[in-house]
Design a protein around this ligand. Structure first.
Ligand code: HEM
Length: 186
């Protein structure tokens, strides 16, 4: 897919990367808090707000994914460290591809699951997004299970991604992590 290979990530690519990381973390914290909030008259509004924020975080991840993909196509991304062993290179590329797939599929399935439950997605409480599918309880149930599996799959892949980045920094002592955290270069 990539045609160009600049030596660095630019400010937009770095911002999109860290904002996406923060929003994915927020999406997990919000939905776990939602799950642990009892359904009672005095917590009902809070519960609704938590799941609405979860959806906003997730849809924003989807929008940032579109920007990330556009940057990759137009500007390209720096080449993977040429000193990696072939197996390490394969793992790095595999993890990146899985991250791309999940950053796209997971929010989209969350959105479709909300539509199948018969609820509209109100982005930031202002814009009503179109329904992706018609109301269908059976489909909603299936999509919820897929959403859950993909979410925990994403968590595992993010774990591998972080482990890889730390290996570069602590063991290989190369400049890979500094490409995403420029102040580490100093
Ligand atoms: C980065 C994106 C997202 C992540 C990491 C994520 C993660 C999760 C997780 C971990 C759960 C709980 C699964 C469980 O243990 O039961 C969940 C549930 C859910 N998510 Fe997402 N999600 C994302 C995006 C979205 C989006 C974009 C929407 C809708 C627009 C959405 C709607 C929902 C709904 C409706 C539930 C079920 C809540 C319930 O009724 O229990 N998610 N999500």
């Amino acid at each position: 897919m990539k045609t160009k290979s600049p030596s660095n990530y630019n400010a937009l690519q770095i911002s999109v990367h860290w904002l996406t990381a923060l929003l994915i973390l927020a999406a997990f914290i919000l939905v776990w808090t939602f799950d642990n909030t009892p359904l009672a008259p005095d917590t009902f509004k809070l519960k609704l707000q938590l799941i609405a924020w979860h959806k906003w975080a997730g849809i924003t991840v989807l929008m940032l994914f579109a920007i990330r993909l556009a940057c990759k196509l137009v500007r390209g991304t720096p080449a993977i460290d040429p000193n990696l062993k072939p197996i390490e290179r394969k793992m790095a590329v595999g993890v990146h591809h899985l991250l791309y797939l999940l950053m796209f599929a997971l929010p989209l399935i969350g959105w479709a699951l909300t539509s199948a439950k018969g609820y509209p997605v109100m982005l930031y409480g202002v814009w009503q997004l179109p329904d992706l599918v018609a109301k269908n309880e059976d489909l909603a149930h299936t999509l919820k299970e897929i959403h859950e599996v993909l979410a925990y799959g994403l968590l595992a892949i993010v774990g591998l991604h972080i482990a890889g980045a730390l290996k570069h920094y602590v063991i290989d002592k190369d400049g890979t992590l500094a490409r995403m955290i420029p102040f580490l270069k100093r």
